[in-house]
Design a protein around this ligand. Structure first.
Ligand SMILES: [Zn+2]
Length: 135
C-alpha cells in the first residue's frame, strides 16, 4: 500500500490513471524551497534577476510506502527519492487548468518483487505488506 501526501497548498487532480482522475487534497503541510534573487542589468529595459536555489524545507522524514507530492521546483531542488511533482498541465475546452497529466519523479520507483506495487526508490529493501520485498 502506498500513499501520496500532498505538500503543496493546492488540491491536485492527477489524470492518467486507468481508474480515472485521482484527487489529492492538500495535507496542510507545505514543502518550500528558499530562493535568493539578485537584480542584474535589464534586458531591453526589462528588469531581470539571477535566482539561486537554496534549502528545501517542510518535507517530513521518509515513511515506507509514502510519496510526498511537491512543486516541480521543490522536486528539482531536493535529492530525496520519495518525492513526486505534478506532470504537465491538463486544460479543459476553454483553456482553464483542471489538473495534471500523471506525476513527475526524479528517480524511477522501486517495486515489490511479489505484488508489483511501486514504492519510492528510497524504500529499496523494505518489506511490502503482501510479504514480498521492495527491490
Ligand atoms: Zn507486495
Amino acid at each position: 500500500m502506498t500513499e501520496i501526501i500532498n505538500l503543496t497548498p493546492h488540491t491536485i487532480n492527477i489524470h492518467g490513471a486507468a481508474a480515472g482522475p485521482v484527487t489529492v487534497q492538500a495535507s496542510g503541510g507545505v514543502a518550500r524551497v528558499a530562493t535568493t534573487s539578485t537584480p542584474v542589468a535589464a534586458i531591453d529595459g526589462i528588469p531581470a534577476v539571477v535566482t539561486v536555489i537554496g534549502n528545501v524545507t517542510g518535507i517530513p522524514a521518509p515513511v515506507t510506502g509514502t510519496w510526498f507530492l511537491v512543486s516541480g521546483m521543490v522536486l528539482e531542488a531536493s535529492g530525496r527519492a520519495d518525492l513526486c511533482a505534478p506532470g504537465s498541465l491538463v486544460r479543459n475546452d476553454v483553456g482553464q487548468p483542471i489538473g495534471c497529466n500523471g506525476l513527475r519523479v526524479k528517480f524511477a520507483p522501486a517495486v515489490c518483487c511479489n505484488c508489483g506495487q511501486e514504492f519510492p526508490q528510497s524504500d529499496h529493501g523494505a518489506d511490502c505488506a503482501c510479504g514480498g520485498s521492495v527491490i
